[in-house]
Design a protein around this ligand. Structure first.
Ligand code: PEP
Length: 255
């Protein structure tokens, strides 16, 4: 897996109020103690924005990172309903997800908007997780690679080589999210190798070699080891299983 440090990120989506969220975060922090000593992997929790500060406080003193599930490009302003990268940092967060398929599909976020969010988060010092992925129809029509390439090129437009050190790409086939259907390890590896190739074309090979590419889509304790054994898979973005401390801790401790 080259020198890339694995990242296991939990996307809690719109689940958990403060008390339950802090309990979950504390259980994860307790269960991931060994991760600190290993040093070959990082853990990121992305709770709902309302409990970001509480969750960040509950894991302070551990190496667990906390992030937002989406972020605005501006530091502040008249953007009703949004949270800014400055606010994420003020709450104790260090990262943000952008481009999740639920944002794309349910809230009609397009590549241009995702590009703005990504660049804004980077400009304000956040670690940014950029989600991309094809729908089932797009896969069946043989359009997986052009879709991934289009999403990547548009989202990364204007991002500098230096900023790329803080970009993590998450390949999340839409048909595998929350469905219990996981891409096979071969399907995932093929997509990841393709994504790395596109990053090499946009920037350069050395940048692509350092870029972490996570797999997301029904990652569970039972499939994480074979996924993580693939050359171009550098971690996982975990939805459903991130709400179960035992399952998430096992995923973090992939072999
Ligand atoms: C996600 O929401 O990013 C995700 C991958 O969800 P799940 O693990 O439940 O498929």
């Amino acid at each position: 897996m080259a020198t890339r440090k694995a990242l296991i990120a939990g996307n809690w989506k719109m689940y958990k109020t403060a008390r339950d969220g802090c309990q979950l975060a504390e259980a994860v922090a307790r269960g991931c103690g060994q991760v600190d000593q290993r040093g070959d992997r990082q853990v990121l929790l992305c709770p709902p924005a309302t409990i970001l500060a509480a969750v960040a406080a509950s894991v302070s003193g551990s190496t667990i990172l906390v992030g937002a599930q989406n972020v605005c490009w501006a530091g502040e302003g008249a953007f009703t309903g949004e949270i800014s990268p400055t606010m994420v940092r003020d709450a104790g967060g260090q990262a943000a997800i952008v481009g999740h398929s639920e944002r794309r599909q349910l809230f009609f976020e397009n590549d241009e908007l995702i590009n703005q969010r990504l660049r804004g988060g980077l400009a304000h010092g956040l670690l940014m997780l950029l989600c991309i992925g094809e729908t089932l129809a797009e896969r069946e029509e043989g359009r997986t690679f052009p879709i991934l390439e289009g999403q990547l090129r548009q989202a990364l437009a204007g991002v500098t080589t230096e900023e790329m050190a803080r970009v993590v790409v998450a390949y999340e086939p839409v048909w595998a999210i929350g469905t219990g259907k996981t891409a096979s390890k071969e399907q995932a590896q093929d997509a990841h190798a393709f994504v790395r190739g596109v990053v090499a074309e946009i920037f350069e090979k050395s940048v692509a070699a350092q870029t972490r590419i996570l797999y997301g889509g029904s990652v569970k304790p039972g499939n994480v080891d074979e996924l993580m054994a693939q050359e171009d898979i550098d971690g996982a973005l975990v939805g459903g299983a991130a709400l179960d401390p035992e399952a998430f801790i096992r995923i973090v401790n992939f072999r």
